[in-house]
Design a protein around this ligand. Structure first.
Ligand SMILES: [Zn+2]
Length: 140
């Protein structure tokens, strides 16, 4: 069973993040990094905000992965999630990847166990149209 229903709207990749989502479909979490200065960035964008280079590469995400912040959603913003209340939305930080942050969910967390700084493990779940989505579990 997936954390949120697959009847939610599908990811709509853009020119900038299409490669990110393609890597996800191979269950490979990769962040964009500058091809000149090496700085990580997320979400993907065409130009490095540090050195303005247009060169980039896709580097595999490395742990640890930690909860930077989170919220619990109690109001269904879409009819598909009406039965999923409450669910969490977490901002997950990757300190070894320049501190980039990824919006996701911690699938096994409860109101009592989800905490800022909690260490996480990456898991994959299929979303709408089979798009693989990076989600997380609390590290045991
Ligand atoms: Zn750069």
């Amino acid at each position: 069973m997936v954390y949120l229903p697959t009847s939610l709207p599908a990811v709509q990749p853009t020119l900038d993040d299409r490669a990110f989502w393609q890597h996800c479909n191979q269950q490979s979490l990769r962040f964009q990094a500058c091809g000149d200065c090496g700085a990580f960035r997320h979400p993907p964008m065409p130009i490095c905000p540090h050195c303005h280079s247009e060169r980039h590469e896709w580097r595999a995400a490395q742990g640890p992965m930690r909860v930077f912040t989170y919220t619990w959603v109690h109001h269904p913003a879409h009819p598909a999630v009406r039965e999923s209340m409450p669910y969490n939305v977490a901002l997950v930080q990757f300190p070894e990847c320049g501190g980039v942050k990824l919006v996701s969910n911690v699938v096994d967390a409860t109101v009592e166990t989800l905490r800022v700084g909690a260490e996480l493990d990456l898991i994959w779940e299929a979303g709408a149209e089979g798009q693989m989505l990076p989600r997380f579990r609390l590290k045991r």
